[in-house]
Design a protein around this ligand. Structure first.
Ligand code: TYC
Length: 104
């Protein structure tokens, strides 16, 4: 592109405005605690993240041993929804299970 100096600023502004914004992805992370039953965590992971029993069990054990586990990666709105689903299920059952989202 051959741009004269007086066109430069305009071109930069236009290009940055036109550039399509890529959606940013977020990790949905479930945290370990000492009280939530393992079966409950497996059940929540299966329901919210549509994982098989075996896959959900693997993730739960990873959280249990490492302290945290990634249950999935999604665009912001979906990540927030999934986090809130985990937190609501946990609250309903009076478990302290925590879930956060983190930008990649
Ligand atoms: N640490 C819990 C227990 O021993 C089980 C557990 C696993 C809790 C994963 C939370 O995200 C979690 N009962």
């Amino acid at each position: 592109m051959n741009i004269k100096p007086d066109q430069l600023e305009d071109t930069i502004v236009r290009e940055s405005k036109l550039k399509p914004k890529l959606p940013k992805d977020y990790k949905v992370i479930v945290l370990n605690d000492d009280y939530t039953p393992m079966e409950f965590v497996v059940d929540v992971i299966q329901k919210v993240f549509k994982k098989s029993y075996d896959e959900a069990t693997k993730i739960m054990l990873q959280i249990h041993t490492e302290g945290i586990g990634i249950c999935g990666i999604f665009p912001l709105e979906i990540a927030e929804t999934k986090m809130n689903q985990v937190l609501n299920l946990s609250k309903e059952s009076q478990h302290p299970l925590q879930c956060i989202i983190e930008k990649i």
